[in-house]
Design a protein around this ligand. Structure first.
Ligand SMILES: [Zn+2]
Length: 321
């Protein structure tokens, strides 16, 4: 069975794994992410070299946050690493002697869900990753949609509220400001300030100095009315955005991932409700369903490895035509 390496460069750690054709992890390791770009590249090369020394692999896929060109080669911009027009693929290939492809981390995670997780039975899928921000991935007609320049599927920056909250992208009112973990904190703070059902949130905030995702998550699991209200607000925005996305993409399925998706049905319920309220021409066409992502922590490495394998297979096929 053919193997590929997936590397997921995160803000705090680099995860690497050898993945088989069924998406199963054969070998895995992780190291802390060095801050300096040169040291980071060295760490990635060392990881690939170690994994290659134990396994024969067909290709290496690298996933990182940021804009990657459509040729899966150059990182235009990475928010957490000092890369600007970084020819990462070329640099890594020269050092590891194997085919390397680079992809955006949200794309890699979405591809993993499509191939081996919650999206494996559909041809058209949208994934929204609700973490600190909002990541997006689109699979259309069994292919990952990258856009003409590679910077497509930035679903967190879909405009939801004209003149709304300022976003890190330089615009205002993006989904990320209404449907992310950071937005959930703001909503929980507002509910805590308002008293009533927010009293418990306010008490927990006083005890800990500030609310964070872990505290709110615990309150949601205890079915605290204030924390649930914040989650429902968040879900409504995600559902409203999903209705607009469905008008463009007509997916069979939305997959919701990221840390906030741990809330499961408690998050999906308001998403579905708002989706139904906002879907254009509802009742005249089939509707997608909403499910929680299945691969969670491994999606980045699994997706990166499989995208590398697909790249090599496409190249072999083109050469044969
Ligand atoms: Zn934005």
């Amino acid at each position: 069975m053919s193997l590929a390496i997936g590397i997921d460069i995160g803000g705090t750690k680099i995860a690497g794994a050898v993945i088989d054709e069924l998406g199963e992890i054969v070998d895995a390791e992780r190291v802390p992410t060095p801050l300096e770009p040169g040291a980071l590249e060295d760490a990635v090369v060392e990881m690939i070299t170690r994994l290659q020394s134990h396994h024969e692999v067909a290709a290496v896929g690298v996933a990182a946050a940021g804009f990657v060109d459509a040729a899966q080669s150059t990182v235009f911009y990475a928010p957490n690493i000092d890369w600007r027009n970084e020819p990462l693929r070329q640099k890594l290939e020269a050092r590891v002697g194997t085919t390397v492809v680079v992809d955006n981390d949200a794309n890699a995670a979405g591809w993993a869900e499509f191939r081996f997780g919650a999206g494996r039975l559909v041809s058209d899928m949208v994934m929204l990753t609700i973490g600190t921000g909002v990541g997006g991935a689109i699979v259309a007609n069994d292919h990952l949609f990258r856009g003409g320049f590679g910077a497509g599927a930035e679903l967190g920056h879909l405009r939801l509220v004209p003149g709304g909250y300022a976003c890190g992208c330089g615009q205002h009112g993006c989904l990320e400001q209404y449907g992310s973990g950071r937005a959930l904190l703001r909503m929980a703070d507002e509910i805590a300030d308002a008293g009533g059902i927010g009293q418990r949130l306010a008490r927990v905030r006083d005890e800990h100095g500030a609310l964070d995702g872990r505290l709110i998550g615990a309150l949601i699991m205890e079915e605290d009315a204030g924390a649930i209200a914040a989650l429902r607000q968040l879900g409504h925005w995600i559902g409203e955005a999903s209705a607009s996305l469905a008008a463009v993409l007509d997916p069979q399925r939305f997959v919701i991932g990221g840390g906030v998706a741990d809330a499961g049905e408690l998050l999906l319920d308001p998403i579905r409700e708002a989706f139904r309220q906002h879907l254009p021409a509802r009742g005249y066409h089939p509707e997608p369903d909403f499910v929680i992502a299945e691969l969670v922590n491994d999606a980045g490495v699994v997706g990166a490895a499989d995208l590398a394998r697909v790249h090599v297979a496409d190249r072999v096929q083109r050469a044969g035509e």
